[in-house]
Design a protein around this ligand. Structure first.
Ligand SMILES: C[S@@+](CC[C@H](N)C(=O)[O-])C[C@H]1O[C@@H](n2cnc3c(N)ncnc32)[C@H](O)[C@@H]1O
Length: 284
């Protein structure tokens, strides 16, 4: 009989392989958050801004972190090493993250990984930058508490950066439709999944000042429409946040028509619109 720890490990493994396929087909604008951060650093400091420590919440395979480290190294005070702390509960993602960092040619970085959720992470350390990049979806109904906890973990002058898809992203519609058809079969995701517009209400409600920018991103979902495509099957799992391996062919067909309804054609590809927003919240 499998223990709940085994079940969780299996879920992490399934999530990691599905997210890898999603990432491969995702036309994502990582630069947008970096540009906002650059503008913030340059406009809030009279002298050269300095950044010496970062906390990344849910770095996953580390693709964004690699870019962020490269970008922030120019702001590290002379003679110091950038300290980069991560909080990542998924063991597969931690392994991939290590490999990403090793092959990224980053030079000296003081990396520290914590194999826990952000909810279970406790430290007295304070950071110049904390970011949740496409990870807050997995912490439903914790947003308010996590924003306050993160602001407490920032140094004076530090900044919290949160990137999430907006409610117009069609993946939320697909997830909702799945729950309507199948019932609330929780797999990776709880039913109430936070998106940027909902988060904005929470940030406004706390009374924080912030910058917010949205930008378009897309997913090439063509593989879903290819017969017997393993990549398409895994992508369908991610789009519906469900394990469809044992789903009936009728259900798979029904779900594929839902994807077709929200897709648009571009250069013969089936594309999904997944606009994203980044919040930049200074310590206050
Ligand atoms: C969609 S992935 C995003 C990964 C990466 N930041 C990126 O932009 O590609 C979400 C990540 O958040 C992690 N995660 C989920 N729940 C978490 C929690 N409670 N605390 C910290 N990380 C969490 C997942 O394991 C996963 O690696």
């Amino acid at each position: 009989m499998s223990t709940s720890i085994d079940a969780q490990q299996q879920m992490y493994e399934a999530y990691a392989s599905s997210y890898a396929i999603f990432l491969k087909n995702w036309q994502i604008q990582r630069q947008a958050a970096l540009d906002m951060l650059e503008k913030h650093l340059k406009s809030n400091f009279s002298k050269q801004p300095e950044v010496s420590s970062v906390l990344s919440v849910g770095p996953g395979p580390g693709e964004f972190d690699k870019q962020l480290i490269h970008f922030l190294q120019q702001y590290v005070p002379k003679g110091q090493t950038l300290r980069y702390v991560t909080v990542e509960p998924n063991h597969v993602h931690r392994q991939i993250f290590e490999a990403t960092m090793q092959s990224a040619g980053l030079g000296e970085v003081d990396l520290e990984m914590h194999p826990v959720t952000i909810e279970d992470f406790h430290t007295d350390e304070q950071f110049d930058c904390i970011h949740y990049t496409h990870s807050l979806y997995h912490m439903p109904n914790q947003e308010r508490q996590l924003i306050l906890k993160s602001l407490n973990m920032l140094k004076d002058g530090g900044v919290l950066v949160i990137t999430l898809e907006t409610e117009e992203a069609v993946i939320f519609k697909l997830m909702e439709q799945y729950v309507e058809i199948v019932g609330n079969q929780e797999y990776w995701q709880e039913s109430s999944c936070v998106e940027a517009n909902k988060l904005r209400k929470t940030i406004d409600d706390i009374g924080l000042s912030y910058k917010f920018e949205t930008y378009p991103e897309y997913l090439d979902a063509s593989a879903c429409f290819e017969q017997n495509s393993e990549e398409g099957r895994v992508l369908m799992d991610f789009l519906f946040q469900a394990n469809l391996r044992n789903a009936s062919s009728e259900l798979n067909q029904q779900l594929l028509s839902l994807v077709d309804e929200v897709a648009f054609e571009q250069n013969g590809r089936k594309m999904l619109y997944l606009p994203t927003g980044t919040f930049l919240i200074p310590k206050q």
